[in-house]
Design a protein around this ligand. Sequence first.
Ligand code: FES
Ligand code: FES
Length: 154
Amino acid sequence: MKKFPLSCEINGKKIKKEIDSSLRLIDFIREDMGLKGTKEGCGEGECGACMVLLDGKAVNSCLMMAVQIHGKKLVTIEGIHEHKYGKELQDSFVKEAAVQCGFCTPGFIIAAQEILAKNPKASLEEIKEGLAGNLCRCTGYENIFKAVDKARKK
Ligand code: FES
Ligand code: FES
């Protein structure tokens, strides 16, 4: 197995680690880093459960290799509260009953963080459009959209 000397920042901490160059990003996050908040649903880029922020952009970690974060800043759900909107989004999801089984929640919060950071005045329609790549089997979506809108207004 080919090794790669990975150097990056994860949730504000500098990381240097020799990794297998064929490791998927989601496996690196969950298994090597122990950050289990990032979930694997479909494993094919369809559900958004595995989303993380890479240099501020929401990406599906099931579709990337760990070597692709070399030199970059990664934020997972465990570090989102340190960013503007992160804490508000987490509180708002709970208050608005936007969490049921919770499997999709980290991905939604990561996607919502990107939307609000890019456009603090995002309309409800823009929020809905921005979250189109995230699937939830439980909530029916309305409470999720409402939670993001409330967090934006705080
Ligand atoms: S697990 Fe990555 S998009 Fe579904
Ligand atoms: S809360 Fe269960 S999948 Fe969304």
